[in-house]
Design a protein around this ligand. Structure first.
Ligand SMILES: [Zn+2]
Length: 209
């Protein structure tokens, strides 16, 4: 089954995609991972992406689409895939439509105040990358990683102003995809505000897995 996971930053798409990938045996493809892999492997596309990101620019659609097309052509994607973070615009969705059929688009619906709560409370260990939440998953000692004793910090992306900027970019550029896919009959919206386990059960019911 070919799937797209849609939703605002902080909706839990990445976590859910990892869970679904594991249980369904299909690759979880995120554009962030594709960019990192292309740069690491020093492919032609990777060199271009590296220069663009170094200049602080957004990777243009044609380049992102080329990376996705290349990834979807690999053998492990023949059984299906989950795209996470792509398409981000209607232009990208049209490009994807020309590459592959999409069977299911899952829209994880989470209210803005819940997203702000999740992301502003997030703390990340500087040393090992372990993720905490000040309310729902606190470290034993405030500001100190349980696993390695490293210092916990707020990622610049998780500051309230940055989150509001990311949310408005999502509402403007990506949310129109909800109607776009809705009109194609492949959309399912699920409430993404519960625990990952609860959201996964709802996903599994809808996907029939
Ligand atoms: Zn740590």
């Amino acid at each position: 089954m070919n799937m797209i996971f849609l939703g605002p930053p902080g909706a839990g798409k990445g976590t859910l995609a990892a869970m679904a990938s594991k249980s369904m045996g299909v690759p979880h493809i995120s554009t962030g991972d594709l960019f990192r892999a292309a740069i690491k492997n020093e492919t032609e596309l990777g060199k271009k992406v590296k220069d663009i990101l170094a200049e602080g620019r957004l990777v243009p659609d044609d380049l992102t689409v080329a990376l996705v097309r290349e990834r979807l052509s690999l053998a492990d994607a023949a059984v299906g895939w989950i795209l996470d973070g792509f398409p981000r615009t209607i232009g990208q969705a049209e490009a994807l439509e020309a590459i592959a059929a999409v069977n299911l688009v899952v829209n994880f619906d989470v209210p803005d105040e819940k997203i702000l709560f999740r992301l502003t409370g997030r703390r990340v260990c500087k040393a090992c990358g372990k993720v905490y939440h000040v309310v729902t998953m606190p470290s034993k000692a405030e500001g100190v990683c349980d696993a390695c004793g490293g210092e916990l910090y707020v990622r610049p992306d998780d500051r309230e102003e940055a989150i509001k900027t990311r949310l408005s970019a999502y509402r403007e550029q990506t949310a129109p995809l909800i109607d776009w896919y809705g009109g194609r009959g492949s959309l399912a919206t699920i409430d993404g505000s519960g625990t990952p386990e609860a959201v996964y059960r709802e996903f599994a019911r809808i996907a029939g897995v």
